[in-house]
Ligand binder design. Structure first.
Ligand code: C5P
Length: 404
């Protein structure tokens, strides 16, 4: 997964950095924010932390983080450093190689490409000093975007507006594509290779909702917690994770690429679109049945509706039978009785490599703990009752073993 270090300067356009962070995350990249002291006047580190799902660095953190993470390391863990908004002052300091705060120190210490998206008053942009600084930065290899033209917050009109977040994201993607060759042979400063680096894993999670009419659905009690925890644990081991999530209101685990779906058929389409993959972990509680959905809301005065039932596709079984079958396919079995025997049957019937069977009569669906049995063709491994996060970590390690 590509990583962006986003430096947010102090200008009214800093609020747009929030949308940029959201778009970067949505496009499947990780983003770590650094806010200048002036930037903090316009956007709070807490907002950025929530949107980036990562720690935010400011001058205040700077000293106490020195021991934990040096400036040099922070500046090099990213694939690309982005400055948005790049104010006149920040660009002037960059052009002169100053390093008098965290942001400029990182910019001087980085060995990665730098992209700057300027935003300032039109006079400031057109000023000879700024134009000189921009020319210097470009000569130094920094990609400086042209600001947009239009009405400005200060009431003037002309060039100086921060490019729209979508345009900055497109520039980021171009810069990463251009820089791919340059970055290739460079050492990876992101704590080195992890066990699942370069592996793509699809995880399904949550329930599905099968519509009855525009307002009613057939649902189940799956909370999505176990699947989300597994997606997060796999990402933590370095995998590129595509999480296909049914309707749940859980935060996306760090570093995970999430696709939200509603019905089983949408889930199957999203899984198919995400292929190829090295492994698939199907944790979702997919509805076995759907009904013909009424185009308009059913009226209760008409009495109990006669629902016309159809079998949903078995996403797991279809994936196992597909020519694009991942090397490792893991299924789940939530049972209320004889979990192991049912799990063993399911392993063979569906054609997967591993079934994680849990007895939902003991630990209710939606709870925080799980007691699981890992069933493979080689045998059964029954784990103690533990937190879902612990099940996730252990299962991710087991998957890494199987893919090694
Ligand atoms: O057949 P059953 O629903 O018990 O199987 C559970 C396993 O199969 C889970 O891994 C679940 O995600 C998967 N499944 C599926 N598509 C279905 C039904 C179940 O992928 N339609």
């Amino acid at each position: 997964m590509k990583r962006i270090l986003l430096i947010i300067g102090g200008g009214i356009a800093a609020y747009k950095a929030c949308e940029l962070v959201r778009l970067i995350r949505k496009s499947g990249m990780a983003v770590r924010c650094v806010v200048t002291r002036a930037g903090e006047k316009f956007v709070t580190p807490m907002t950025l932390a929530a949107l980036s799902e990562d720690k935010v660095y400011t001058d205040l953190f700077d000293l106490k983080d020195e021991a934990e993470m040096g400036h040099i390391q922070l500046s090099r863990q990213a694939d690309l450093v982005v400055v948005a908004p790049a104010t006149a002052d920040l660009m002037a300091r960059m052009a002169h190689g100053l390093a008098d705060d965290l942001a400029t120190t990182l910019l001087l210490a980085t060995d990665k490409p730098v992209l700057a998206a300027p935003a300032m008053n039109v006079r400031m942009w057109l000023h000879a000093a700024t134009q000189r600084n921009v020319a210097q930065l470009r000569a130094d290899g920094v990609t400086v975007l042209e600001p947009d033209e239009g009405a400005m917050a200060c009431g003037e009109f002309g060039p100086g507006r921060l490019p729209e977040p979508e345009a900055i994201l497109a520039a980021i993607q171009r810069a990463l594509a251009d820089g791919a060759d340059v970055l290739e042979g460079q050492p990876d400063f992101d704590m080195g290779e992890k066990r699942l680096t370069h592996k793509h894993i699809i995880v399904t999670a949550g329930p599905t909702h099968e519509p009855i009419d525009p307002v009613r659905v057939i649902a189940n009690r799956s909370s999505g917690k176990q699947g989300f925890a597994i997606a997060g644990a796999l990402a933590a081991l370095g995998a590129r994770v595509t999480l296909v999530a049914g309707p749940v209101s859980l935060p996306t685990p760090s570093g995970v690429d999430r696709i939200d779906v509603e019905s089983a058929r949408e889930m199957e389409a999203a899984v198919t679109a995400a292929l190829p993959a090295d492994a698939a972990v199907m944790v979702a509680a997919v509805a076995d049945w759907r009904v013909d959905a009424a185009p308009e809301k059913l009226k209760k005065e008409a009495g109990p509706p006669a629902l016309n039932w159809h079998k949903n596709p078995d996403i797991l079984a279809n994936l196992c039978a597909s020519p694009q079958r991942p090397k490792l396919v893991v299924g789940f079995a939530a049972e209320t009785e004889t979990a192991i025997a049912h799990g063993q049957g399911k392993l063979l019937r569906k054609g997967c490599d591993m079934i994680v069977a849990n007895d939902v009569s003991v630990d209710k669906m939606g709870g925080e703990v799980n007691r699981v049995h890992i069933i493979t063709r080689e045998g059964v491994d029954s784990w103690d009752r533990m937190e879902k996060s612990a099940v996730a970590t252990r299962l991710a390690e087991r998957i890494a073993d199987a893919l090694a």
